[in-house]
Design a protein around this ligand. Sequence first.
Ligand code: FAD
Ligand code: NAP
Length: 483
Amino acid sequence: MWNQSSRCANFIIKRQPGLGGQAGLRRWLSAPRLCVVGGGPAGFYTAQHLLKHHDRAQVDIYEKLPVPFGLVRFGVAPDHPEVKNVINTFTQTARSERCSYYGNVAVGKDVTVGELQQAYHAVVLSYGAEDNRVLGIPGENLAGVHSARAFVGWYNGLPENQHLKPDLSCETALVLGHGNVALDVARILLSPLDLLRRTDITASSLAALACSKVKRVWLVGRRGPLQVAFTIKELREMINLPGARPVLDPADFTGLGNAVKDAPRPRKRLTELMIKTALEKPAEKTEAAAAREWGLRFQRSPQEVLPTADGTRARGVRMALTRLEGSGDSAKAVPTGEVEELECGLVLSSIGYRSLPLEPALPFDPQHGVIPNSSGRVLGAPGLYCSGWVKRGPTGVIITTMNDSFDTAQSVLEDLQAGVLDVSAPREGFGAVGSILRSRGVRPVSFSDWEKIDAVEVARGKAAGKPREKIVDPEEMLQVIGH
Ligand code: FAD
Ligand code: NAP
């Protein structure tokens, strides 16, 4: 195991006596100039670890959007404000005198990774997963079908999704997938407006949800109750959602109480909660008391999105019924040959996010949607590293991303220590990149610029009784800071 105390940059000095002592060596070695691409959790945690364990490293974070924090701002559900407290830690990192944030810089477009590598001793790619997996079935592109990613971006103020206009005039929505994102979107669709009003959900999505006719949400998974990917806290939240009743079929859980006896505790407790919910009928969750409902459907794999008679939009999804081959997490869903049609007016496909290559020439594994790496070292590309979802794939909560980013930062520190990264010559860092950006008409947004945007958002939110009212138009963000 790596020992925390040995992580400090001073190890370089201690391991090379006879070079004129610490001060002499410090003069001889230039301070490592390191760069992180992406201002989400992975980018900030990587920077935090590098700054904490190397007392001379300077870290610059480049972010595509003017505003920082990635999925903490644009993914985490508006009714989960406590999760967003990590922003305080990220802010501390950004305020370090050895750290700079440059928003409004799309790496791969405004500046290339090669140009960054010229300007820095090492570059860490932490740009997340900005696309989503597709089902690859007929009808997927019909009106009324959206990725959960776009729907989440819509209600969370992600600029690219502000024109989504999901049609909420139907009564039944289908969410395809059994992960936590599926539960997030189902909960937002069914939450009482009074709960959402007090969150940082955007004003326009709140207005659309206020007119929503959706009163029933089916969450459909291709495998069984023992393979759901969501977690117990999020399921419990759904079960306790005021005004919405769970509709779980006890038949789906027959014999599962016994089957999970020896399962790992989280899986056991999660299954027990589903069984209990299927069997119980609390008074406040009767059909008369709760106007809205939601349920879990299992062993149904989407086969085709069915069009309305005029062919213009979705009216339902044909599902292939499946049986499971194998058991536990690795069980495979195999079509039985039977099909079933589920009627709905809105389909949200929540089958996972997907990373894309930043530039065609950079190493990328299209099959797994990750940058091929060993402990964050990009294979075949010395001096290039990766962390977060683009390193590991689009799963894992913020803590997972933190650990993974620390691991990558550790690899950078080890490579500095071992001399794999040559820091004998200084690098210009933003000095060089800033000139390139200027020549291309790109104006970066600093962290103090972001703090101005933040203050405006918080002030607008206060007036509306919300923690913030997000600015959703990048042009307006830039206007606020006088760009
Ligand atoms: P991201 O958060 O996506 O950050 C990547 C950053 O890189 C973004 O800011 C992006 O704009 C930037 N970028 C992209 N391309 C470029 C480019 N070319 N140049 C410069 N910058 C670029 N975890 C929890 O613990 N609790 C939750 O409640 C929770 N809710 C979630 C809800 C949703 C809908 C999703 C999808 C995930 C949720 N997670 C949650 C998981 C958590 O968000 C991830 O673990 C984490 O955000 C991954 O961090 P990342 O930095 O790898 O990616
Ligand atoms: P996920 O957890 O990987 O779930 C994806 C779901 O899609 C699974 O049920 C999967 O089923 C299904 N699926 C995948 N491909 C499919 C296909 N072709 N057809 C049908 N179903 C398919 O992904 P996610 O929900 O996007 O979440 C991403 C990560 O963010 C997770 O780690 C999650 O925990 C985290 N997150 C956390 C929170 C929170 O903490 N509150 C909130 C949101 C997200 P199979 O299992 O059969 O493949």
